[in-house]
Design a binder for this molecule. Structure first.
Ligand code: ATP
Ligand code: MG
Length: 354
């Protein structure tokens, strides 16, 4: 199996190297047979090729079994005319990686940012190809617009097709967990857009009679995340709501540095940490690579499910368990969790735990 590795910007190269180190250890143990090709995206590519993402990189990506994508300093890129392209957005839209799967859970041995005694174990299923983001609507000629210098308008696209397919992924995941899905929306105000989203989720629910579906207004859901996070298992939401909720959930659960995710399509999957490029700690060996290591574990699990390969699924579980076993020891924690261990040393500990 061939993986495409794109280190990216900021702490990307450090946490990607750490994750690849752990995956190689898992490979040695479970005989997975991964091969790695590297390419540049972000500032490394801009300096060399005048663009943060070459078409060639995007086209080549289709031929791989999986992608490992580092963080990107998208906010610092120049305008698109000057070569600054949003890499994650291009991957999501052009490769149709429509399901951004974002888990957040507390660990009994780690301090969380929640009220004492509260625990969290949830997965946010984020639709990633439409919604408010202007670059997801460009193809239709809609981005943001300014009819006058003093007025700006933002347009959100919601389709039945995209809402139904993300709902289906949420229900499938719920079948493997506690059989509960919560649809997040604001259909009381956005009758058409959120109304269509909610209607789509409800229609897919009929295919999964064993799964209990409820729904919550997005504003109320932030309060519930703080007050009663145990009420959630799988949440499904359109792009923007899910983006905000998942940062809240992962920070509540302990640290953004623990927040792994995948962007999955029907035939291709990309591992990507939930957080940004953390330029404040870049190049200092201070980043917590757990987010990227756990993202890679999710990719390995996704490949395992696609191929019905027990070795891959077991390897994914083992990586997860090795991260937990490492975090359990306070002297093996990175600075974001109050520890002193560096990024590289953390990955060596995880590999040893494997
Ligand atoms: P960007 O512009 O790329 O979004 P950012 O700094 O706005 O970067 P994040 O990268 O998400 O946003 O970081 C928010 C905060 O969380 C920063 O203080 C950062 O150092 C911290 N952080 C994010 N990821 C990690 C990590 N893996 N390990 C340690 N700290 C992290
Ligand atoms: Mg950010």
């Amino acid at each position: 199996m061939k993986l495409l590795v794109l280190p990216g910007d900021g702490i990307g190269p450090e946490i990607v190297a750490a994750a690849v180190h752990v995956l190689k250890a898992a490979d040695a143990k479970f005989k997975l047979g991964f091969e790695y090709d590297y390419d540049e995206v972000g500032f490394a590519s801009l300096d060399k090729h005048g663009t943060t993402l070459r078409d060639e990189t995007l086209q080549n990506a289709r031929g791989y079994d999986g992608i490992i994508l580092g963080t990107q300093s998208h906010a610092d890129y120049p305008r698109p005319e000057k070569g600054g392209h949003n890499i994650s957005a291009a991957f999501r839209v052009k490769l149709d990686l429509y399901a951004n799967v974002r888990p957040a859970r507390t660990r009994p041995f780690l301090p969380s940012n929640m009220k004492p005694g509260k625990t969290m174990d949830l997965v946010i299923m984020r639709e990633a190809t439409e919604g408010f983001y202007p670059d997801r609507n460009m193809a239709m000629g809609w981005g943001e617009m300014m009819p006058s210098p003093d007025m700006a308008i933002s347009v959100r696209k919601i389709t039945r097709h995209c809402s139904e397919r993300i709902a289906r992924r949420a229900f499938e995941l719920a079948m493997k967990r506690s059989k509960k899905v919560t649809a997040i929306h604001k259909a009381n105000s956005f009758h058409m857009t959120d109304g269509l989203f909610l209607e789509s989720v409800r229609s897919v629910a009929k295919e999964f009679p064993e799964v209990q579906l409820d729904d919550l207004l997005v504003d109320a859901s932030t309060a519930y995340l703080v007050r009663n996070p145990e009420r959630f298992d799988v949440l499904v939401a359109e792009n923007f709501y899910a983006d905000i909720l998942s940062d809240l959930a992962s920070e509540l659960s302990g640290s953004l540095g623990l927040a792994g995710s995948i962007m999955a399509g029907d035939t291709l999957c990309c591992a990507q940490a939930q957080h940004g490029s953390a330029p404040d700690i870049q190049g200092q060996d201070k980043a917590n690579p757990a987010s990227m290591i756990l993202s890679v574990a999710m990719l390995v699990n996704w490949l395992g499910e696609q191929r019905q390969s027990t070795a891959l699924i077991e390897a994914a579980k083992a990586i997860d368990a090795a991260v937990d076993a490492t975090l359990e020891n306070p002297s093996y924690r990175t600075a974001d969790l109050g520890g002193t261990l560096g990024c590289k040393a953390f990955s060596e500990r995880v590999a040893a735990a494997l």
